[in-house]
Design a binder for this molecule. Structure first.
Ligand code: ATP
Ligand code: MG
Length: 298
């Protein structure tokens, strides 16, 4: 239905990211809104175009209610991307009306545990699906979780994702957002990263994100302070257990502690976490209307 990019009318810019822009677009014929992510690169940026092709390949393969749907991928021939002699890839995606969890946190500051449990359950559903297909996301963080008008949370942005060939293989430590990176990726020598299970890195990032939602700020650095990488690296990679916020319930603490186990061998797997009482109970639904309780500007 979205076969032709020219039939998409650009309305606004939804966000900027590494090497790309995401637009809100309107498909005139079928009267539907989509999000259009346009990645541009020039000929000498081979690695970027390789990664974009990988993102396209993953998006073509995945189909899950926990993952932002990609309806169409356009390679190279999009006229606007030809400016500057470069080429590009465009993705026509399901439009997530409420933007990212990063936007939600900016409005709400902190979220109640019940809401965080709902979103954790959604992310686990998505990771369970991806890991089952040997895909590691590698960039789970608030700006990559999107919310729709039903209060459903879905995983987006496969810009640094990776298809694991052997279960254990050397991982590329440069990919992903450093603040959410697991100890074995930040300091592979100390934490046995050379032969680490790559999937465990996504679980770590989920733990960091949940603490951020509860506290209303990034958990490992002082409020208001700029994230200083050396300090952060020490917190992530020291042998000390991370302290859980006092206000958290016993169940919340135990769940997040299982995610933030520094030794990846002891860290919970997605399968184990799906059985945890925090998410595996009738009181944990699969969407949260409370995520809609804030004014949306764009
Ligand atoms: P970043 O480096 O911040 O992760 P990125 O280049 O990887 O950015 P995306 O994460 O895909 O790009 O998108 C950037 C932003 O655009 C998101 O944080 C979100 O606010 C917005 N956005 C992306 N996709 C959608 C969508 N399907 N619906 C609504 N908004 C979206
Ligand atoms: Mg992103």
């Amino acid at each position: 239905a979205t076969k032709n990019l020219l039939s998409l009318e650009k309305l606004t810019v939804l966000g900027h990211g590494n090497g790309g822009t995401v637009y809100k677009v309107h498909h005139k014929k079928n009267q539907t809104l989509y999000a259009l992510k346009v990645l541009r690169f020039n000929q000498n940026a081979l690695d970027i175009s390789q990664q974009a092709k990988c993102e396209a390949e993953i998006l073509r393969r995945v189909d899950s209610p926990y993952i932002v749907k990609c309806h169409e991928v356009f390679d190279d021939n999009y006229s606007e991307s030809q400016v500057n002699g470069g080429s590009g890839i465009s993705f026509v995606m399901e439009y997530m009306e409420r933007g990212s969890l990063h936007d939600v946190l900016r409005e709400h500051k902190a979220l109640p545990e019940e809401v965080i449990s709902v979103l954790a359950k959604r992310v686990l559903g998505g990771l369970n699906y991806l890991h089952g297909m040997n895909i590691v996301h590698r960039d789970i963080k608030p700006s990559n979780l999107l919310v729709n008008d039903k209060g459903e949370v879905k995983i987006a942005d496969f810009g640094v994702s990776h298809v694991v060939k052997g279960r254990f293989e050397a991982s590329d430590c440069s990919a992903g957002t450093r603040a959410y990176m697991s100890p074995e990726r930040v300091d592979p020598e100390k934490w046995g990263g050379e032969n680490a299970d790559e999937f465990a890195g996504d679980v770590w990032s989920l733990g960091v994100l949940m603490l951020e939602c509860l506290l209303g700020h990034f958990p490992f650095t002082d409020v208001g302070q700029k994230t200083d990488w050396v300090t952060l690296m020490c917190v992530i990679c020291s042998g000390e257990k991370l302290e859980m916020p006092e206000k958290a319930s016993r169940e919340f603490k135990s769940f997040v502690q299982r995610c933030l186990e520094k030794d990846w061998r002891k860290r919970a797997t997605v399968g184990e976490l799906l059985d945890h009482p925090l998410v595996n109970s009738k009181s944990c639904p699969s969407s949260s209307k409370e995520l809609l309780n804030y004014p949306k500007h764009c």
